[in-house]
Design a protein around this ligand. Structure first.
Ligand SMILES: [Zn+2]
Ligand SMILES: [Zn+2]
Length: 190
C-alpha cells in the first residue's frame, strides 16, 4: 500500500513537472514568435522584395538633404513627402528575398544606399565603415503592413530637423542634426 502510494506520488509529481514544462515551452514559443514576427516589404514597382525579422530597433523621420535628394528620383509617392521614414534593424535580421540582381547602389556620406534599378526607390542603407555594419536603415515606406502601421514602428524622433521643409506639430524630440549615439551634436531645435 505504501509502495503504491509512493508510486502514485511519483507519477503525480512527474505529471506536474512535465505539464508545467510543456506550458513553459509553449509560452516560450509564443514569445519567440511574437518577438520574431516577419515584416515584409517591396519597392514601388515590385521588383525587389525583402523581409525584416522582429520589431525595428527604432524608427525615425529624417529631414536631411541626402534623404530628400535620394527620394527625388523615386517613383513612390510616399518617398516624396519631404522627409525620410527609416527603420533601424540589425543587419542579420534583414534579407532581400527577391530581386537582388535588380539592386543598384550609390555612396552618399559614407553610407552605401541600395535602390531599385527600375523605380529608384531606396531600399536600405548601410555604413561603408566595416565596424559600423551591424545595423542598417531600411526605407520604412516600403513595408507592406496588413493592418496599418504597428506601434513598434512609431517614430521616436526627427533628425536633421534644421533642414526641414515641413513643420511637425508633434511631441517627438526634434534634433538639429542627429543624437550623439548617431554621431551628431545631440542638440535639439527650439
Ligand atoms: Zn522597384
Ligand atoms: Zn536623412
Amino acid at each position: 500500500m505504501i509502495f503504491n502510494k509512493s508510486i502514485l506520488m511519483a507519477i503525480l509529481v512527474f505529471a506536474l513537472i512535465t505539464s508545467s514544462y510543456w506550458i513553459f515551452l509553449k509560452n516560450d514559443e509564443i514569445k519567440k514568435d511574437g518577438d520574431m514576427k516577419i515584416y515584409k516589404g517591396q519597392c514601388f514597382c515590385a521588383s525587389i522584395y525583402f523581409e525584416a525579422k522582429g520589431k525595428p530597433v527604432f524608427t525615425q523621420y529624417c529631414h536631411c538633404n541626402k534623404c530628400r535628394t535620394v527620394a527625388s528620383d523615386s517613383k513612390n509617392p510616399a518617398d516624396k513627402k519631404g522627409y525620410g521614414f527609416t527603420a533601424a534593424y540589425l543587419t542579420k535580421n534583414f534579407e532581400i528575398t527577391n530581386g537582388n540582381d535588380r539592386l543598384i547602389s550609390i555612396v552618399s556620406n559614407n553610407s552605401r544606399l541600395y535602390l531599385c534599378s527600375q523605380c529608384k526607390t531606396l531600399i536600405y542603407g548601410i555604413s561603408e565603415n566595416p565596424d559600423k555594419q551591424g545595423g542598417i536603415g531600411i526605407n520604412a515606406n516600403n513595408f507592406q503592413f496588413a493592418e496599418g502601421i504597428p506601434t513598434s514602428f512609431a517614430p521616436v524622433r526627427h533628425t536633421w530637423y534644421q533642414n526641414r521643409i515641413i513643420n511637425f506639430d508633434d511631441k517627438l524630440p526634434k534634433f538639429k542634426d542627429t543624437p550623439k549615439e548617431q554621431f551628431g551634436t545631440g542638440e535639439l531645435c527650439e
